[in-house]
Design a protein around this ligand. Structure first.
Ligand SMILES: [Zn+2]
Ligand SMILES: [Zn+2]
Length: 311
């Protein structure tokens, strides 16, 4: 599991930062990539990475501002040209369907794969046996949502070494033990399967915020996440601008991370007014409140390691 930032700028593209898009690489977990937002030229950014458009399985849109969706029609069309045949799911707030369908229809774009567009409000956006994604409304000029992506816990592994030490050889009996049953061995001993299975592996939690002012909903959504991706459009001293334009400052993002007790904070959606050393200053500001913080640049990647076990 890895986060790959494709665009980290706010509002309009600059030479150093394209507009918003983040890939959540789930190659080991499910051979797929999920995309969060798709600003203009996201498909150009993808060309510089190992992301394959046909592997993109789901696209989650936080809100309908142009810097988060104008890359969508182009990417959907290119995915078809590049041999994408598997279904693609796009989730977004009300209006995403008419935006995508209008762009595809008027441009005569025909897709060779099934496109499913789902408009969501708060609550569960997607769930399968592996992940659950929920959305919460934030505070922005248009309805803007944050996503909480929760990987479900994996069952613990069988403690094979301990079984071998007892002389229990591999076979169908291992399945019974793994299910936690009481098992009678050949020598008459009864063992409790539950004692030979390691504790479940905790799933990881990633929270992706859409554009927002500082708000309570952010803190609730981010509770104890492994990684929180939060916008920091402005520096601490521009709090008035952040408020007027429905955005956050470095300090506000850090305050959310601290109150939510997340493990790591990544700042993105950075205004083009901050370049070079000024970006380091943004990080220093955030660190005064929350120590484990990084600022994303285009093509930054962050592995998300499972905590509390040896994998
Ligand atoms: Zn934006
Ligand atoms: Zn916005």
């Amino acid at each position: 599991m890895e986060l790959l930032f494709l665009g980290t700028g706010s509002g309009v593209p600059s030479k150093g930062r394209n507009v918003s898009a983040i890939a959540l690489q789930l190659l080991e977990e499910r051979g797929a990539t999920w995309l969060f937002d798709c600003g203009e030229a996201t498909q150009h950014q993808i060309l510089h990475t190992s992301v394959r458009p046909r592997r993109i399985e789901r696209i989650f849109i936080t809100h309908l501002h142009g810097d988060h969706i104008f890359g969508l029609p182009g990417l959907l069309g290119s995915r078809s040209f590049q041999g994408g045949e598997t279904p693609l799911f796009v989730y977004g707030p009300a209006g995403i369907r008419s935006f995508v369908e209008t762009a595809l229809t008027v441009s005569g774009t025909r897709l060779k794969y099934e496109l499913h567009i789902e408009e969501f409000t708060e609550g569960v956006v997607f769930e399968d046996e592996q992940f659950i994604v929920t959305a919460k409304l934030l505070d922005h000029g248009l309805p803007s949502y944050g996503f909480r992506i929760v990987e479900k816990d994996l069952p613990g592994t069988l403690l094979v070494d301990e079984l071998r030490a007892l002389g229990v050889k591999p076979g169908p009996i291992y399945q019974q033990i793994k299910r936690g049953e009481l098992v009678t061995l050949d020598n008459g001993t009864v063992i409790d399967g539950r004692k030979f299975v390691a504790p479940p592996k905790k799933g990881r939690v990633v929270v992706m915020m859409g554009d927002t002012r500082y708000c309570e909903a952010s803190v609730e959504l981010a509770k104890q996440a492994d990684v929180l991706v939060h916008e920091a459009t402005f520096s601490a001293e521009e709090a008035h601008l952040a408020h007027d334009y429905y955005h956050s400052t470095t300090l506000q993002a850090a305050e959310v991370a601290k109150r939510a007790e997340v493990k790591q904070l990544i700042l993105t959606h950075i205004s083009s007014r901050y370049q070079g050393e000024m970006c380091e200053r943004l990080v220093e500001e955030a660190k005064t409140i929350f120590p484990n913080v990084a600022l994303a640049f285009d093509f930054s990647s962050f592995p998300i390691i499972r905590k509390g076990n040896d994998e």
